[in-house]
Design a protein. Structure first.
Length: 174
């Protein structure tokens, strides 16, 4: 999938503040929208790799779920950015996103097969989810934008639901 990374990120470019934002959007919202968009785009890119390379059906099912859940979240974040008069700019947020899957991780996934692939994908996903929880909680603590907060709400609880499930699956793979 690394070869498809530009396609995965093409329509889902990352946000950057450009000029006046909405009076209901503050710096926490801009940071969240910028960083979480980049974060989600990379998670989707990794999941697309796992959809075909994952050897365990549970890993492939998780990958399909990531694509299905995070794609509409990206669309909602894009709509929130548009409503807040933020403009899209490729590459913004990439360096700031917490615990995000990066290009080197995607390249490494391309070299792995079997259980080694499954374990690495799950490890990256766990770390990525932890970063997403951190970003979502920061948005809920300081953000004002209703749309951004709506996206952040469910993400903020992943440490109580999704992360333990991923950790259990990783442990089951040995």
């Amino acid at each position: 999938m690394h070869r498809l990374l530009p396609l995965a990120l093409g329509p889902l470019v990352v946000l950057a503040a450009c000029g006046g934002s909405s009076p209901t959007t503050d710096a926490a919202d801009v940071t969240f929208l910028t960083d979480m968009t980049s974060h989600h785009a990379q998670a989707i890119a990794a999941a697309r790799i796992a959809e075909t390379r994952g050897s365990d059906p549970r890993v492939r099912a998780f990958a399909r779920r990531i694509v299905a859940e995070q794609t509409p979240e990206l669309q909602r974040m894009d709509a929130a950015a548009t409503a807040a008069h933020l403009h899209l700019s490729a590459g913004a947020g990439a360096a700031m996103a917490v615990h995000r899957i990066d290009a080197a991780d995607l390249a490494q996934l391309q070299t792995l097969t079997g259980t080694a692939f499954d374990r690495r994908f799950l490890s990256l996903s766990i770390t990525s989810e932890m970063g997403a929880v951190t970003m979502a909680r920061a948005e809920l603590a300081g953000g004002k934008d209703a749309a951004a907060r709506t996206v952040a709400g469910p993400i903020s609880g992943a440490d109580h639901s999704e992360i333990p499930q991923l950790q259990a699956l990783l442990a089951a793979l040995g």
